[in-house]
Write a protein that binds this ligand. Structure first.
Ligand SMILES: [Fe+2]
Length: 321
């Protein structure tokens, strides 16, 4: 991470060293944490230290954890009772990991070759380069994502970007907050896929549509630390009571607001074993888009279902078709 004007001194808490990344009057966002003993199962004591840090910083970066698939999953399962199952959007036959609790979000195919631009998988991945929050298109939304790198990324070439939706909300004028307070948003995975790749996902396949119908969530939510936040993503398609055009104008105005430089930091993937753990309920993120000629990138994600008070969004018979 390039040092910015807001860099503050590391904080020592027991065995953990915490390096905050963005610090502003509205609060802190992002921290690199070292001192976790990844060689052994995470102890209840360490977990009790890490959870308040997660609530405070929303995005925690760990370096060189050395975790393998099993321990990646085991740590994730300590953070919530249920993990999302990989829906195998590219087809089970193309799944390289063979591990349903991990999403293969790198660019390597099962035979070791790299994904190609003409494939549905490449085109599907382009949506991940739009600002988003994981799994907003599920009625039972996600709490955490844990993205772990295997192998060595190319130096200077691999980044994930994060945006602080809590501070962005705090900085809105009161009149805007009042306007947004009760809005409900329809989230649709196929909307973001179409935005990123209209040629391939202008008309999703019938089985794709059937596999993932839209979901409904409040736009303004309360984050775990009690601050209000915006629950936004490129998946956000329609605001109930507004036209599609009005909805998209407001959604992208707000995404633009949240992703101004003062709310954003970029995490560089430096080594195999690097892992980033973020809270989807109080941040947005995006990947760099796939490019022709890119080298292999092996990153795997676990996703923990939300078990908080807003986990199931807005459930109302009138909302669903
Ligand atoms: Fe994502």
């Amino acid at each position: 991470m390039p040092p910015g004007p807001n860099v503050v001194a590391p904080i020592q808490e027991g065995s953990l060293t915490i390096r905050p990344i963005l610090v502003s009057d509205s609060g802190s966002f992002g921290a690199e944490v070292s001192g976790v003993d990844w060689e052994n199962p995470i102890s209840p004591e360490t977990l009790a230290q890490l959870l308040p840090l997660q609530d405070k910083y929303a995005v925690i970066v760990f370096r060189k954890t050395g975790l393998d698939n099993a321990r990646h999953i085991a740590f994730s399962q300590q953070l919530g009772e249920k993990l999302e199952i990989n829906p195998f959007f590219y087809g089970r036959e193309n799944d390289r990991l063979g591990e349903p609790l991990l999403f293969d979000v790198g660019n390597i195919q099962r035979d070791g070759s790299l994904v190609q631009p003409s494939s549905r998988r490449w085109q599907h991945s382009l949506g991940n380069a739009l600002w988003h929050t994981d799994s907003t298109y599920h009625q039972h939304r996600a709490k955490y994502s844990l993205l772990l790198s295997h192998g060595n990324p190319v130096e200077g070439g691999s980044w994930t970007h994060f945006a602080d939706t809590r501070s962005a909300y705090a900085d809105l004028p009161q009149s805007k907050k009042d306007e947004l307070e009760d809005l409900i948003v329809e989230h649709d995975l196929w909307h973001s896929r179409k935005l990123a790749s209209p040629a391939f996902f202008g008309n999703p396949l019938p089985h794709e549509l059937a596999a993932k119908p839209p979901a409904y969530h409040k736009l303004v939510q309360v984050a775990p630390d009690g601050r209000k936040t915006l629950y936004l993503a490129a998946h956000a398609k329609q605001i109930l009571g507004k036209t599609f055009e009005e909805s998209q104008a407001l959604i992208w105005e707000l995404i633009g607001h949240c992703t101004q430089p003062q709310y954003v930091f970029s995490m560089e993937w430096l080594s195999g074993g690097d892992m980033v753990w973020w809270d989807n309920r109080q941040s947005m993120h995006r990947a760099n888009p796939y490019k022709e000629g890119m080298t292999a990138r092996d990153v795997r994600r676990s996703t923990v279902f939300d078990d908080g008070p807003f986990a199931h969004g807005v459930v109302d018979e009138k909302l669903t078709p």
